[in-house]
Write a protein that binds this ligand. Structure first.
Ligand code: MG
Length: 496
């Protein structure tokens, strides 16, 4: 079956040409209006202008497909998992072997710049206040925050100052001296959770525990139960191999291992001796790679796309083979998130995993004629929010010894297309901040935040606290407080 329908394209081009000559706007077959530039006549001087024989408009749209999954997928993948129709997430509480808390200061104690050191008596004082303010404490434990990180708390490695203050309040600098549950929910990726939490704690000047931290690939640890040998793509050096090892994947292959065993697979790749020495080559024609996991942004689109495409077109993930039926013999491919763009230090956002994926989808369709079926984790996918519920529940257990999910959850994000749409769909309160991607008017037109738009994360947190705990709720813990004077006589007597 011919992949390119030249006849159609030619007629579209000819039609456009005719209309252009008439000086009218031509409409492309995909419905996009455009104006064909008139070709100047050959005046005998300068270059010769030869009319194009094909439309100058990209044909990518006909290779793209929407997120729907064909019914065939259910039957085909049900033996391993219902690929495409469900996203596995870890069932049980978080694995304690990966648990670690990271403090911003060397001595392991949280510090508050410009403020006196935290006294051990503070905990005693706070518990006395809490024993009096029973109703407020109940409400404080029934609310929680889920923070996006980039564009909300930090810009890359730079702190957004209001982020630090917001976290100090939630970590106990409030009138109850209570820790208000909060988790971090980011589409970021490419590093083990522990390393990322260490880095974040330093930037935010607040403790960050791996148990309250979800990056795009964190829930993908559940996939380790489904596949033995996997190709892990993306990230710096071998960090994603390390991530996959920590998730419990047994046999992890990265593109460098494949290039090291057969350099001709990636003809444009310059492979350094260091890369060769650190890779793990073997005869991949004898290995069945069962699934592809794109964990983070590709550092080398050409090599990674070539290897992924070779595997997707192979017979059940065996390099050196070509599937007779590209659909039934295809191995599954997972992406950790779907963001098209990512804000960086550059003046305009850079392409991210979503753009990489769309490139692959178009290439796959062009080369095989079939749609590429794939699973995309990360915000705004429901599985990621469901996993956030699990994490929040177990974090509540750690903080307050109550293993339950708070009812009033606030998602604070800067990206309407992931943070806000996902939170809205999941029934959370959503707050859009103006410190990142969103630069629009009163609210986002397509995915408006249901709790409102705020200049920064601190304003959002304070407004949510007032909503749940009262307009007069103080975002400062008074070290000089005498709790006895704040209760009624019966409470005071109980404390004395
Ligand atoms: Mg963001």
């Amino acid at each position: 079956m011919p992949m390119f329908e030249d006849q159609d394209i030619l007629s579209a081009s000819e039609q456009a040409d005719i209309q252009a000559k008439k000086g009218t706007s031509a409409s492309h077959s995909n419905g996009t209006d455009h104006v064909q530039l008139p070709i100047p006549g050959d005046d005998g001087e300068g270059p010769i202008e030869v009319p194009a024989s094909k439309s100058s408009i990209s044909e990518a749209s006909k290779y793209m497909h929407n997120l729907s999954v064909s019914p065939s997928m259910k039957e085909r993948r049900s033996s391993r998992n219902s690929f495409g129709t469900s996203l596995p997430i870890p069932r049980s509480k978080r694995q304690s072997r990966l648990s670690s808390v990271h403090y911003p200061a060397e001595d392991g104690r949280p510090t508050r710049p410009g403020m006196p050191p935290i006294q051990p008596t503070r905990a005693i004082l706070a518990s006395q206040v809490q024993s009096i303010e029973v109703d407020k404490v109940k409400k404080a434990k029934n609310m929680a925050f889920a923070f996006d990180i980039d564009g909300v708390l930090v810009h890359g490695d730079r702190l957004i100052p209001e982020g630090q203050r917001a976290l100090e309040i939630l970590n106990g600098d409030n009138e109850l001296g209570i820790k208000i549950p909060h988790i971090f929910l980011t589409n970021g990726s490419g590093k083990p959770e522990k390393a990322r939490c260490e880095q974040l704690a330093k930037i935010l000047h607040n403790p960050v525990n791996t148990e309250q931290f979800i990056q795009s690939h964190t829930p993908m640890s559940a996939l380790a139960e489904y596949y033995n040998t996997v190709l892990v793509v993306g990230g710096e050096g071998y960090k994603c191999r390390e991530v996959a090892e920590q998730y419990g994947f047994k046999d992890i292959v990265v593109p460098n291992d494949i290039v090291a065993s057969d350099a001709s697979i990636a003809p444009y790749r310059v492979f350094t001796p260091e890369e060769r020495a650190s890779s793990r080559p073997r005869d991949f024609t004898k290995v069945k790679i069962e699934a592809i996991m794109v964990f983070s942004d590709s550092r080398d689109y050409a090599t990674d796309m070539q290897i992924i495409m070779d595997l997707l077109r192979s017979e059940n993930g065996q390099l050196g083979t070509m599937a007779k039926d590209p659909v039934s013999q295809r191995i599954p491919i997972y992406f950790s998130q779907g963001d098209l763009l990512c804000p960086t230090e550059h003046w305009t956002p850079r392409m991210s995993q979503g753009a990489f994926r769309i490139g692959l989808e178009a290439m796959y369709k062009a080369l095989t004629g079939a749609d590429l079926e794939r699973v995309v984790y990360g915000k705004p996918e429901t599985a990621t929010y469901k996993y956030a519920d699990e994490v929040l529940t177990s974090w509540m257990d750690q903080l307050h010894g109550e293993e339950k999910l708070p009812e009033n959850i606030y998602m604070i994000g800067d990206n309407p297309a992931s943070d806000i749409i996902g939170g809205n769909m999941y029934g959370w309160n959503t707050c859009l901040v103006r410190t990142g991607v969103f630069q629009g008017g009163d609210n986002d037109e397509n995915n408006p935040a249901n709790f409102g738009v705020f200049p920064n994360v601190l304003e959002a947190v304070q407004t949510a606290l007032k909503k749940e705990l009262g307009e007069d709720f103080k975002t400062h813990f008074d070290e000089t407080i005498n709790p006895v004077l704040h209760g009624d006589k019966a409470d005071a007597a109980a404390i004395i």
